[in-house]
Design a protein around this ligand. Sequence first.
Ligand SMILES: NC(=O)c1ccc[n+]([C@@H]2O[C@H](COP(=O)([O-])OP(=O)(O)OC[C@H]3O[C@@H](n4cnc5c(N)ncnc54)[C@H](O)[C@@H]3O)[C@@H](O)[C@H]2O)c1
Length: 319
Amino acid sequence: MTRRKMIVSGGLGFLGSEIAKNFFQEFDITIIDNLSTNVLTIDDLARICGEISYKNMDLANMSEEDKIWLNTELKDTTIFCHFAAAVGVKKIDQSPRDAIINENKINHDLLQLLAKFKTRLIFASSSEVYGNQEDCKEEQSLQIGSPDTLRWGYACNKLMTEFLIKSHEIPHIILRLFNVTGPGQSPEYGMVIPKMVRDAKRDGRIQIFGDGKQTRAFCHVKDLISAMKYLINEDRFDNQTINIGNDKNRVTIEELATQIKLTLDKSIKIEKIPFNHEYSKNSKDILKRSPNIEKLKSFYTPKVTLQEIIKDIVQGCDE
Ligand SMILES: NC(=O)c1ccc[n+]([C@@H]2O[C@H](COP(=O)([O-])OP(=O)(O)OC[C@H]3O[C@@H](n4cnc5c(N)ncnc54)[C@H](O)[C@@H]3O)[C@@H](O)[C@H]2O)c1
């Protein structure tokens, strides 16, 4: 039997590389990445997955040759996992324009090709599309902040990509991801647990931006992968949107810092820093965000606890 083929865009990033590591036995995998925020090299990945195809390509600036290559690849591709994007509150704050343009330009060429071949698409959208809303149910109306605060460009990008996927009639599953984390996630660009763990180990201190009362719910990447294993091999949720997160791991940032401190070393200092000392006026902190995962739970219940997530990231962090 011929093996199915999967393309993973952003496949050298945190989530994309986990997809490659967990699906290479089932699929022939091709990675596309432009090495802008990758956490692995293709050689790192090949040591885990064996020989793996790789195309160093900027999806936002495809040459004619790139388009021809992708056109040929898509002819026999079963599934395209689209995980390439400019990611992270800090990265978006530093260069909001680049992040917005990146997604916009990727959409321009990529989605037309996916539509042409009707390639089944898994798209990594984000909980950011829920804006400041506390209730985050897939079908509800959305309310995103003003364009005067540029961070909302990331949410609008993700939402516009969702609209474009649907309007191009590409067979799809949209995953709205809520703080998916784990060992291997970069501490740069504002990913909270890897940053707190790295800072605690390296500098003996953990920084909290704001009063620490803001809440988040963290989900281990293993749970995302388990949910994807189901979704990829079934068609029950095709052309739907699904929140992926873990509502049991909801915590204030202050409690999170304390748990990390207790896991590592009680002498670590926790410092509170005004949000606007770290982030520009283009950023705005979200006070509460917790996934509504009723739909996810109809086929998969996330299992990894917050304590296990912290331990796993601590073990994987080499400062
Ligand atoms: N981790 C989370 O909790 C989370 C939450 C919401 C959404 N997401 C989405 O999941 C996806 C993956 O996130 P991640 O955490 O793995 O981030 P990441 O930064 O580790 O991975 C993104 C990868 O995409 C590549 N890339 C960026 N622009 C590209 C381009 N124009 N052409 C080719 N490659 C490009 C980068 O080099 C990087 O390797 C992103 O779309 C992100 O928006 C993640």
